[in-house]
Design a binder for this molecule. Structure first.
Ligand code: 13P
Ligand code: SF4
Length: 367
């Protein structure tokens, strides 16, 4: 399902000539356009992007680094975002009015971000305030639409990424007794558990049936977890860990905190994409890893560190399909269009939404 926001944006059609061109020709053209557009062009790229696209990135990073990079680059007129829709929205919110953010393929959404929409959050909030009074602060993972971030900003909350979630939750518990965490129940649960909140003090909000799951007493509840998840990280299961533990007990198991609580608990380490990369980079030659995150990143680490043994935690894993929408043909096409003076696939967040979302993002960046 695509984010409702996408319908406001017009996807221009990729001409067939780009689909038919070979990689070599497209790469040469991309380098040429990058040179011609010079400092007018800034290309942030998420770690999950394909190799043949990420090679052109001016900044490669996890969600936090890319948000910070977008907030500081004031020079480029065009930000061609190699990542997914919610990241490009965040970049649009953080860049100046004279800067344009372009997503090479508007179909590059995120199934997790689509699991919480504005109507759902407004209805949920009303019911939750009825149940708990004014004791809740909303916190959203950056993997959410600008409307959700705006809601969170309006009610005094902040965004989090997988690399700062503990810090932001610690801050949030100083503001209110309870957190409503959107949209990834796993990052919310994993982080709160690390901070010492027992599972019995967490309940899941089902946005379809509009009810709290479980029957723990309401006065105990500290974390209200939105029932969302990443469909890519859901493919790492406890049996994959058991199988490695049985066959290769010396293999380190490292996973992203979008994996379930059971998987995260059974792994040796859990952390953001940046954390995973840092651990592998710092390990001695001969180290063995089974990595529970997106496949483009796992394959890149395998190539970059041939002296280590690196595998996916799930041997049948596929890349994130929406991240993979950003391919060389779309990327080169947008650069050609920009060079010709046109601006395709621009991401523009409504001003009121952007102002409120900025409150939530800035609270995070300040912390
Ligand atoms: P990181 O913030 O760890 O890069 O994760 C982002 C993400 O989930 C993209 O899917
Ligand atoms: Fe969304 Fe999961 Fe893909 Fe990240 S890996 S963009 S959370 S679907």
């Amino acid at each position: 399902m695509l984010s409702p926001n996408l319908f406001k944006e017009v996807q221009s059609q990729l001409p067939d000539s780009y689909k038919e061109a070979d990689d070599q020709e497209l790469s040469e053209r991309a380098w040429e356009r990058k040179r011609q557009l010079g400092k007018d062009l800034f290309i942030p790229g998420h770690h999950y992007q394909k190799d043949n696209v990420i090679q052109f990135a001016d900044e490669i990073g996890d969600s936090l680094q890319l948000a910070q990079g977008s907030a500081t680059n004031r020079q480029a007129s065009f930000v061609v975002f190699c990542g997914v829709h919610f990241m490009a929205e965040t970049a649009d919110i953080l860049t100046g009015d004279d800067q344009q953010v372009i997503l090479p393929d508007l179909r590059a959404g995120c199934s997790m971000a689509d699991m919480a929409n504005q109507n759902q959050i407004e209805r949920a909030w009303e019911k939750l305030i009825d149940m708990f009074g004014e004791t809740i602060i909303p916190i959203t993972y950056v993997n959410s639409s600008a409307e959700i971030k705006a809601f969170v900003g309006r009610y005094g909350g902040a965004t989090v990424t997988s690399s700062n979630a503990e810090k932001i939750l610690t801050w949030a518990f100083k503001q209110k007794k309870r957190i409503l965490f959107l949209p990834d129940q796993h990052l919310g649960r994993n982080t709160a558990y690390r901070l010492g909140i027992p599972l019995e003090h967490m309940r899941v909000w089902d946005p379809i049936y509009e009810e709290l799951e479980g029957d723990q007493p309401l006065d105990q509840v500290q974390m209200i977890l939105w029932q969302g998840h990443c469909s890519v990280h859901a493919n790492f299961r406890i049996e994959h860990i058991q199988s490695y533990r049985a066959s290769e007990p010396d293999r380190n198991i490292i996973v992203h905190p979008e994996c379930s609580w059971e998987v995260t608990q059974a792994a040796d380490l859990a952390g953001s994409t940046r954390f995973i990369i840092e651990q592998v980079k710092a390990a001695p030659p001969g180290s063995k890893w089974a990595i529970g995150t997106e496949m483009n990143l796992v394959k890149r680490l395998k190539k970059q560190y041939p002296e280590q043994s690196i595998d996916s935690l799930n041997p049948e894993m596929c890349p994130c399909l929406t991240m993979n929408r950003i391919d060389l043909p779309h990327f080169v096409w947008v650069l050609d269009e920009l060079y010709a003076g046109r601006c395709p696939n621009q991401i523009t967040v409504d001003k009121k939404v952007a102002d409120e979302a900025l409150l939530a993002i800035e609270r995070m960046l300040m912390l």
